[in-house]
Ligand binder design. Structure first.
Ligand code: NDP
Length: 284
């Protein structure tokens, strides 16, 4: 029976450690690190995410600057808010909550955020720096995955890691981070011919697909570590991951639950990125 990797507890520890850094920064500078948050439209899930992130900022002593735009805001309106935050010396990180309404070019908006304030790590500059092994802002979810692996004491060097999913937000940066720790990395996606066989070879499985329980417990190699990034809602309203949790736990050495695994780490890493940005680019 695999050991449960407790993301909720680890995220709390990270946030506690961060608070001490925030206090020291604020005492030194006379103002706190700041995160600019941009929400376009009225998507209820996005509104909840934004509220949670802002509450987390408050608890950590980080200032948050909230910018809501209506669903029919133009691209120029969004650009104007980003430009204002780029120029605001009190704002050290900028978060554009995704998804944005369809008429807005989200890639162009992410590129408009100053690479020096890219708290989400989605700017091509951040992605490029990560790819060449000189990371600055690392996307929050995969960054959280690495912290969980490290805290669980998982041996990474030489391990075979299989990442299922190749999004710019999770799959690709997770693969880069695992590679940077000397894992041998396989990236799977919707065209992978035999997913079961690929997963069965993994010492570490990172699932970031978005399909409920699609990774079967019987595919997991005995003793493997399973990190489930997926957050899916079943028909009865309950949450589940991309991995068949109970069956996978029978075979895994360690496994993250959903909820309470990777999810809480994402917010903790956003706060960390904001503070790291302030320390990196707002030096005394
Ligand atoms: P995307 O939809 O952007 O990417 C999904 C990936 O899964 C794609 O690369 C896709 O392949 C691949 N895929 C789809 N179907 C299959 C299949 N049958 N077999 C193998 N691969 C497949 O999702 P995200 O990366 O943004 O998110 C993934 C999951 O993680 C979601 O459940 C999301 O809710 C969750 N998530 C959780 C976060 C957290 O804080 N814990 C944060 C971000 C996301 P292809 O490229 O070929 O289409």
């Amino acid at each position: 029976m695999g050991e449960i990797i407790d993301g909720k507890r680890t995220a709390l520890e990270c946030r506690k450690a961060l608070k001490a850094r925030v206090t020291a920064y604020t005492e030194k500078k006379g103002y706190p690190p700041g995160l600019g948050v941009i929400l376009v439209g009225e998507d209820p899930a996005s509104a909840v995410y934004v509220r949670n992130k802002e509450k987390a900022c408050e608890k950590a002593g980080i200032a948050s600057f909230h910018n809501s735009l209506p669903a029919d805001a133009s691209q120029a309106d969004v650009e104007a808010v980003i430009d204002r935050m780029n120029d605001d010396p009190m704002c050290h990180g900028i978060l554009l909550q995704l998804p944005v309404p369809k008429h807005i070019d989200s890639d162009a908006m992410l590129r408009r955020i100053s690479p020096e304030k890219d708290a989400d790590g989605f700017h091509p500059m951040s992605a490029g720096l990560l790819a060449i092994g000189q990371p600055e802002f690392v996307p929050c979810t995969p960054k959280g995955v690495m912290v969980l692996l490290e805290k669980a004491g998982v041996e990474l060097s030489g391990a075979h890691a299989v990442v299922v999913g190749r999004s710019n937000i999770v799959g690709k940066p997770a693969a880069q981070l695992l590679l940077s720790k000397s894992c041998t990395v396989t990236i799977c996606h919707s065209r992978t011919r035999d997913l079961a066989a690929e997963v069965a070879r993994a010492d570490i499985v990172v699932a970031a697909v978005g399909i409920p329980e699609m990774i079967k417990g019987e595919w997991i190699k005995p003793g493997a570590v399973v990190i489930d990034v997926g957050i899916n809602r079943r028909e009865d309203g309950s949450l589940c991951g991309d991995v068949e949790y109970e069956a996978a736990r029978e075979r895994a050495s360690h496994i993250t639950p959903v909820p309470g695994g990777v999810g809480p780490m994402t917010v903790a890493m956003l706060l960390e990125n904001t503070v790291e940005g302030a320390l990196r680019y707002d030096a005394p």
